[in-house]
Design a protein around this ligand. Structure first.
Ligand SMILES: Cc1cc2nc3c(=O)[nH]c(=O)nc-3n(C[C@H](O)[C@H](O)[C@H](O)COP(=O)(O)OP(=O)(O)OC[C@H]3O[C@@H](n4cnc5c(N)ncnc54)[C@H](O)[C@@H]3O)c2cc1C
Length: 443
């Protein structure tokens, strides 16, 4: 009788969306998996913290999914937390203009290519601008040169002015976390096509009804244990021993070391800057990717004071600066909302008091009927490395998920910054791990 071989081992570094997806997938493929996460919780860049002043659990920043995020949806199913999301039937987005005017983009229930034209025609834009926006949407399906920024694309497709301000810029900030002149048109349009070329539900927001700590961090330990994955929290990898052909050990901040054999797998699911810090020679491109920040001002209006008018869970502030969106948790307490800024460098070096002042002043411009001096508790959350910038020319800096070209034979990489064809999103992170897994033999 043939001897039963021991399970192959896999060590996963990083417990964000990519690392969790990789760990579950490796366990399903017969590996004996250990997941090492530097912090005391999983979830990576989507996490919550306890706000001592209010006793509330706040997110480091609101995260929205789209209906087309299938890999992220599968992870939430695996964690047992998909029920903590509100899935809209179709895209609904409110636009708030300075002075208080409000427009809505609301698609009907038909496939998006059929639903978009009437929705754009109902938008409160002059007729010529609506026609230009329609033309822009139609040409989003055409191939785009890799060196074009989104600003190039907008200019060449006749989208400057109102279509840019109202339609494209909010979409660009939401998807790319930067301004149109900083990001690659091709990466933006790839996401747009996934969302806007199919059924209405693909383009709709899927919004959490509980903090991200509940959806990911709290649920992960039990779900990983059910899958047979060993979880080490507080395990920060500080060094790799890279031999001629393979990584032979990982060193951790607490002085421990994990030895690896040539047929053991090491999967890094770290952000670009962390992989670069850990071992700069592995993939020098990781050190050349730029980061973009996200800043959130969580508001809690005092009891009995006037609440901010509620125009739905996602409101884009047209021409807003430095904040771009007002977000609410569906079904949440009306006194709570968040102002979010994507990729704006105005915040660099600013104090919390200055940021709070800017948030209140901007609310005063967009909601004149709601006095900006209404008593409210404000908590600022700043994420300096929220996303990488998917700029033109950044594709070669992003390795394909899986084995690095010329890299150690037992080392595989994934993470939102690897080349999935998508920008930095939860879906990109989950798909990077799926792509890595697809290259492995099933055992
Ligand atoms: C405020 C904010 C808002 C966002 N909004 C959205 C949104 O609305 N929609 C969307 O799709 N995306 C959004 N994103 C982006 C999204 O969060 C990321 O794309 C995604 O979470 C990346 O997942 P990841 O697993 O690739 O990396 P990460 O989440 O960064 O996970 C990497 C993990 O590795 C750990 N780690 C780091 N160094 C080490 C080490 N040396 N040893 C061990 N572990 C280590 C980290 O602690 C972390 O847990 C947002 C990001 C932020 C910050």
């Amino acid at each position: 009788m043939a001897a039963v071989s021991a399970k192959p081992r896999a060590l996963v570094l990083g417990g964000g969306v990519a690392g969790l997806t990789a760990a579950f997938g490796l366990a399903d493929r017969g590996y004996q998996v250990t997941l090492c996460e530097a912090r005391q919780h999983c979830g990576g860049r989507a996490f919550s913290f306890a706000d001592a002043a209010s006793g509330q659990r706040l997110d480091n920043g609101p995260h929205a999914l789209l209906g087309c995020y299938r890999a992220m949806g599968a992870l939430l199913q695996r964690l047992g937390t998909a029920g903590h999301c509100q899935r809209d039937a179709t895209l609904r987005l409110a636009y708030r203009h300075p002075g208080g005017r409000c427009d809505r983009l609301q698609l009907g229930g038909w496939p998006v290519p059929l639903a978009m034209p009437p929705a754009l025609l109902r938008l409160g834009l002059p007729f010529g601008a609506k026609l230009r926006a329609l033309f822009g949407m139609a040409t989003a399906l055409l191939p785009t040169p890799a060196h074009w920024t989104l600003a190039d694309w907008l200019q060449r497709r006749g989208q400057s002015g109102l279509p840019d301000d109202v339609l494209w810029r909010p979409l660009c900030r939401a998807i790319m976390n930067c301004e149109p002149d900083a990001c690659a048109a091709r990466d933006f349009l790839a996401t747009l096509r996934e969302a806007f070329a199919g059924r209405a539900a693909q383009a709709a927001f899927v919004l959490p009804t509980a903090p991200w700590g509940v959806l990911l961090g709290d649920a992960a330990p039990a779900a990983l244990a059910r899958a047979g994955v060993a979880l080490r929290l507080g395990a920060r990898a500080t060094g790799l021993l890279v031999g001629e052909r393979f990584v032979s050990a990982v060193e951790f901040g607490d002085g421990t070391r994990c030895a690896l054999a040539a047929d053991d797998l090491l999967v890094t699911a770290l952000p670009w800057f962390a992989l670069h810090r850990l071992c700069p020679a592995l993939w020098p491109g990781a050190g050349a990717l730029r980061s973009a920040p996200i800043v959130t001002a969580h508001f809690e209006v005092a009891e009995g004071a006037a609440v901010l008018p509620d125009q739905g869970p996602v409101v884009a502030l047209v021409g807003g600066a430095p904040f771009h969106f007002v977000l609410r948790t569906p079904g949440g307490e009306p006194r709570r909302f968040a102002l979010l800024s994507g990729g704006d460098r105005w915040f660099d070096g600013r104090s919390v008091a200055e940021i709070e002042g800017a948030a209140r002043a901007e609310l005063g411009r967009y909601y004149p009927e709601w006095a900006a001096e209404v008593p409210a508790r404000v908590r600022i959350a700043k994420e300096q490395h929220a996303t990488f910038v998917a700029a033109p020319g950044s594709r070669p800096l992003r390795p394909r998920p899986g084995r690095l070209v010329g890299g150690p034979a037992n080392l595989l990489v994934c993470g939102d910054w690897t080349d999935t064809g998508l920008p930095a999103t939860l879906e990109g992170a989950a798909r990077s791990a799926e792509a890595l897994l697809a290259g492995l033999p099933r055992r």
